[in-house]
Design a binder for this molecule. Sequence first.
Ligand code: GLN
Length: 541
Amino acid sequence: MRSRKTKFIFVTGGVVSSLGKGMASASMAALLENRGLDLTLVKLDPYINVDPGTMSPFQHGEVYVTDDGAETDLDLGHYERFTNAKMSRLNNFTTGRVYHSVIQKERRGEYLGKTVQVIPHITDEIKANIRAAAEGREVVLVEVGGTVGDIESLPFLEAIRQMRYDVGAGNACYVHLTLLPYIAAAGEVKTKPTQHSVMKLREIGIQPDILICRTDRPEISQEMKDKIAMFCNVEPGNVFVSPDVASIYMLPMELHRQGLDERLSEIMNIWTRGARLERWEGIVEKAMRPSKGEVKIAIVGKYVDLKEAYKSLNESLLHGGIANDVKVTLKYVDSQEVEAQGAQALLSDCHAVLVPGGFGVRGTEGKIAAVKYAREKKIPFFGICLGLQMAVIEYARHVLGLSQANSLEFDEKTPDPVVSLMESQQNVTDKGGTMRLGAYPCALKAGSLAQKLYGADLVSERHRHRFEVNNAYRNRLQEAGLVFSGVNTELNLVEMIELTDHPHFIGCQFHPEFQSKPWAAHPLFSGFIRAAQQQRDLRPA
Ligand code: GLN
């Protein structure tokens, strides 16, 4: 059976959260993929929400959307950006989803009268989910969310413990991430938390094969690594460090330099070519030492304090910088501040303005003011999802003269709902998983800026929204000069807008940031950064 030969790498974390487990998993996957292996990644999240789609960005950060419309953890974004693996609803599971499915089976009588228990029923469900994602792959990296020692993680850890016996010892490898804190008063890096974290893992029957220790120190001595190996019962050569890096795209090369992919291959007995990392070297070179100066981009949004909420967006803008050999500096502007101080005061030091996706009325007037500023001053503008909706409202109000135009999301009584609820959404009451989600085709208008940037007539992009441009206003907006440069012909929906009397004004109803890679910037992002560069050269801020 093919699936029995799949090699499993289980990644856990200890001591503290936010160690960069997702990044380490993505980096290991990148290295193994570069050795020619066909792999995928799975993220297990130990919370009760069925998926993160209903969680606030303040709680959870970005919700990453896959082609098949799953609302997933933001780590899946790292996985897709670092590898060629395609993520789907098979690649992310929460405790809630596992229980939901087990309880549904119980109601259908599928357990034939048995008492349904955490072991074996929940753990079997977890293992079945992992195996479904693993089907046909040579390697699967399974990242367990949370921290060892949390009550919530236990069923996941128990499931991955069992899997070693299911798949055979040589086909499974456990990688544990920990922290080596530096205690300034003692002038020392401490290994005790790492020892305790591994002890906790071993208590539940998992002996890690490899340790990756996060540290803010540039060097960890061999002596220290040997001490960790001895106390944690791992081989001396199996202790690696993950130092702070100036760019996340340096991490695969850093781990390769220490020989991590070599060790993983040895442990799992996989014979491959060496990793070819020219592509990563090129990315890091361009990211660290761009030769064409700097552009400053304003992101006018609501979650200014939480860069996690715009993870893919930030990365895509950096990819646009890499593609254009320019440094991209992001200025987060709180849209409520724009309401208080005016757009000019906050945006005049930037070469381009981006209004990202979002929900809820707070700050929308500031976003509309930012669009107006960019449109009138002919500053490159990029509106994504809510950003497109803001641009349509702005155009309706200030060009078409419909002064009270709005979205039904923000004003149910507006006389001119230029953005309205899709017909398919009108009777939806459940909040979870019910938006327009996942990939839809978009036909691009011949001769439009969008078509030029994509170099294609038909593209596929991912969506996550309930509201749409109201077709009842399409003719009037078009007559007033707004170009509908992308449409979904089947559903008759506006997907992209642009302006002709403006150097670069684009809005899209979808989220292009979910499909950008460091070595292949999404065309809407590389085009936007190029426009910002031209703006800078034209009129230095
Ligand atoms: N709130 C808007 C809608 O639901 C936009 C959503 C978004 O930006 N992702 O249509």
